[in-house]
Every structure is written in structure tokens, then in C-alpha cells.
Design a protein. Sequence first.
Length: 148
Amino acid sequence: MTKINFSDQYFMQQALKEAQMAAQKNEIPVGAVIVCNKQIIARAHNLTETLNDVTAHAEMLAITAAAEALGGKYLNHCTLYVTLEPCAMCAGALAWSQINRVVFGANDPHRGFSKHTPPIAHPKTKITSGILQEECAQIVKSFFKDKR
């Protein structure tokens, strides 16, 4: 019997699978999963082009799916794993959801929430960055390299 190691790396790999699905749809390859009690309760990837909706970021779609799965708007017992640092819009939504923890792979020096002062994240939210950073950064770099 195979034992699954429910580590940050495992869940980030799941988010990377979502990012790959976004890339296949010609979307900016960002993927997200939300975990509660070591179970993935929501999966999403960017769909801004597909839905013609600037708010259809992976994080936003995952928040909506997780809230539906839990039957409530607060995600204070959940962790978001996302391949790219959330933007200000997504960080604001995550703050409103009172998510317990945000784990992201690659930094986004152009649009990432961490460049904003005062901090956008909910004061109780724990932030972890750099999980599978190289893999997460590479999928975005490859996408934009192919576009140019």
C-alpha cells in the first residue's frame, strides 16, 4: 500500500497540475488547491481568458469552490496552495475568507501582494513561500517565453 505524504510539497504538486491545465487552455499557468484536514476540498486554475472575466484567478475560483464545499464563507481551518504569489485582489479575498494559511511557490515581483504596505493578508494568516519555487516559476516563464 502506498503511503501519501501530505506535505507542502505534495499539495504544491497538485497546484502545479492545475497550472498545467491552465497552460493547456492558453491561460496564464497558475494553479491552486485548498486543503482542509489534509484533504483537497477545492481545485482551480486561471480561467480569465476562457470566462472573459478578469476576476477568474485560480485563487478566487478556489475560494468560491472551498466555501461551497464547506457550506460557509470562512476558510479559517484551511490552507491555500498556489503556484504564484497572489495579487492584491486575491489577497484581499483571502483576507475576507480568514484563511488560516497561504502557501505559494514563486514570488510575483510585479503584481504580488507582499509588495503592498500595509499588508493585505489577514493578520492571523500564516504565509509560507518558496515551496517548489523553481518549478512554479518555470511554468510561468515558459508560458510567457512562448508568447513572445
